[in-house]
Design a protein around this ligand. Sequence first.
Ligand code: HEC
Ligand code: HEC
Length: 381
Amino acid sequence: MESLFLFAVLLELEKEFLSSFIRIHFNFYCFSFWEAIVRTWIWVLFFSQSLLATEMKLPWSALPKTPPIPKNNPMTPEKVYLGRQLFLDPRLSKDGTVSCNSCHNVMASGGDNRAFSAGINGKLGGRSAPTVWNSAFHTVQFWDGRAASLEEQAKGPLTNPIEMAMDNPQAVVDRIAKIPGYVSQFKKVFGDTTITIDEVAKAIAAYERTLMTPNSPFDRYIRGDKKAMSPQAVRGMNTVIEVGCVSCHTGRNFNAPDDLPMGEGFYQKFPTFIDNEYVAKYKLLEDKGRGPLTKDEGNDYFFRVPTWRNVALTAPYFSNGAIKTLDEAVRVMAKVQLNKELTVNQVADIVEFLKALTGERPKQQMPELPPDPPGMTTIDG
Ligand code: HEC
Ligand code: HEC
């Protein structure tokens, strides 16, 4: 589009302006000579620009302005606000101590920066909490992709015994239905009098779709501001293309091809090369990923490729949170996925590029939570 536009402008310039400019400034005898020179120069400039533009074709794209929104869950300001309340409300857990935000801190990294998250009574899970920032762009959710949408995902932690530990989905609904403020809000948002677990999940998912981080230095760079990334970050960008990280970390969210439909996962084996010191050191063979989930050994050690966006904020790294620093994560990835040793400089450049993927986090305001009915508590666990 851009080059077509430039092309049209150039043609117009040639016709209207250049010829008369040359006629006025150069004497008649030289006219055709100078015209030829200037015309050639303009066209060389144009074609070298378009060549540069093709050279800049990168395996990623800028973060779109809006995430994919399912037809059956349109976003409205009221629904998003309700979702934010539910996301931050610890009363959605058995003993009233744990909210989604306990493990996905939207005031910070969108995760909890721990290897394993602590749920109810401090119980630890077996995987690291991924960030919720930009999760709306994942085609499937969880490290092993076991939820096909944010709506489906949101129902998981509420009843997971080591997370929020509600007895069952109905217990969640009953708890919410005891809080008069929520009842009237659900009625306004969904237009019915009975609250359902699907509505709870829909509201939370609608809120999560607002958790986007646009305008990272990389996004500004790819949109044409060539100064947005430092020369070192640009070197790092070229290095990840050269060494082959992009065969997996591709697309707008650096974790799947952009044309992959929602609900379909982009899974890759991890670790791929196991004959190295890192595998034992970081216990990389303990979690079999999708294998146990699909009950198919062929899927052992397959994981959904995780995003690179905001990765500088989300240490520790990997699904088992075993790696504390980003430079070590990069070194280990190169070895276990590509069987390559990177130089110290290559690692530093790549880390600089990954830092350029930290976007602008929309400011989060604490919502007002509707109170329990006067003179009683809704917590029974
Ligand atoms: C006790 C900590 C904890 C709580 C509470 C919790 N989560 Fe998570 N969350 C996790 C962990 C750990 C994972 C990864 C689990 C896995 O992949 O097997 C995860 C995964 C996710 C993902 C998938 C992200 C991705 O990149 O795939 C989303 C979205 C999410 N949680 C949202 C929520 C919502 C919404 C709530 C509240 C209803 C919630 N979480 C409550 C720990 C928690
Ligand atoms: C064959 C596919 C593949 C290749 C190639 C690959 N990765 Fe990964 N990457 C993955 C998968 C899958 C994971 C998730 C592994 C896990 O923790 O379960 C991952 C995880 C990561 C993480 C940790 C993300 C987090 O949130 O914890 C970083 C950082 C990373 N990769 C960087 C790189 C770099 C840099 C390269 C190139 C040197 C690279 N990757 C090459 C598939 C790949």
